[in-house]
Design a protein around this ligand. Structure first.
Ligand code: ADP
Ligand code: ZN
Length: 221
């Protein structure tokens, strides 16, 4: 499958993307994970992205498109990809379309995870992330706690609250989402690709996405 997961921060894009990769071997491409890993490793990309990320602002489109172009040309993307956290601006979406066209590919669907604002706020403030850059498993102190001493159940690294998950940064990220990313809903509606999903559980969302893809005659799944 070749899809985009749209939705506010905390809508569950990461969790849903991970579940979908188990379905048909498509890879998850999370620009947020790629950027965080670059920041941790102190690479040139990381240094450029760090200040934007800490403030909850968007990293410049040129930098993001460079990452995406390199990533989708990697051999493991042949079976398909699930974009999570990309595109975030109309410009990114237009440039993605051109890039895919140059590779003779197109998107199968764009899924908007439509989650009420109160649920989003609650999830973001209770969210914790594994500090291992190669793992980044997501936890929630209420619904999916790490080990009693605060460690990742998958890899044992400490589970932390992300720097951009302070109340101030969360408010900023939601503002940025409303201003820059929410317009993509209309953009993809006009492209005839948008599907809106209102379910809350990730398992239900995954089922709905698979149904949408099979109904739209997707051949890769
Ligand atoms: P969220 O939980 O807000 O969806 P992400 O992990 O997707 O968080 O992204 C964290 C940060 O990384 C964003 O606040 C932004 O600074 C940067 N970022 C991630 N993806 C993009 C993108 N496609 N365009 C611009 N900035 C991005
Ligand atoms: Zn881990």
């Amino acid at each position: 499958m070749r899809i985009v997961l749209l939705g506010a921060p905390g809508a569950g894009k990461g969790t849903v993307a991970k579940l979908l990769t188990e379905y048909d071997g498509s890879v998850q491409i999370s620009t947020g994970d790629i950027l965080r890993s670059a920041v941790k490793q102190g690479t040139e990309l990381g240094l450029k992205a760090k200040t934007y990320m800490e403030k909850g602002e968007l990293v410049p489109d040129d930098l993001i498109l460079e990452i995406i172009e390199e990533r989708i040309k990697a051999p493991d993307c042949e079976k398909g990809f699930i974009f999570d956290g990309f595109p975030r601006t109309i410009n990114q979406a237009q440039r993605l379309k051109e890039l895919l066209k140059s590779m003779n590919l197109k998107l199968d669907a764009v899924i908007n995870l439509d989650v009420p604002k109160e649920v989003i706020l609650d999830r973001l403030t209770t969210r914790r992330t594994c500090s291992n850059p190669d793992c980044q498993e997501i936890y929630n102190i209420k619904s999916k706690p790490p080990s009693p001493d605060g460690r990742c159940l998958k890899c044992g690294w400490p589970v932390i609250q992300r720097e951009d998950e302070t109340e101030e940064a969360i408010t900023k990220r939601l503002e940025v989402y409303n201003e820059k990313t929410a317009p993509l809903i209309k953009y993809y509606m006009e492209e005839g690709l948008l599907h809106n999903i209102r379910s809350l559980s990730s398992e239900e969302i995954v089922k709905e996405i698979i149904k949408i893809l099979s109904e739209s005659g997707n051949k890769t799944c």
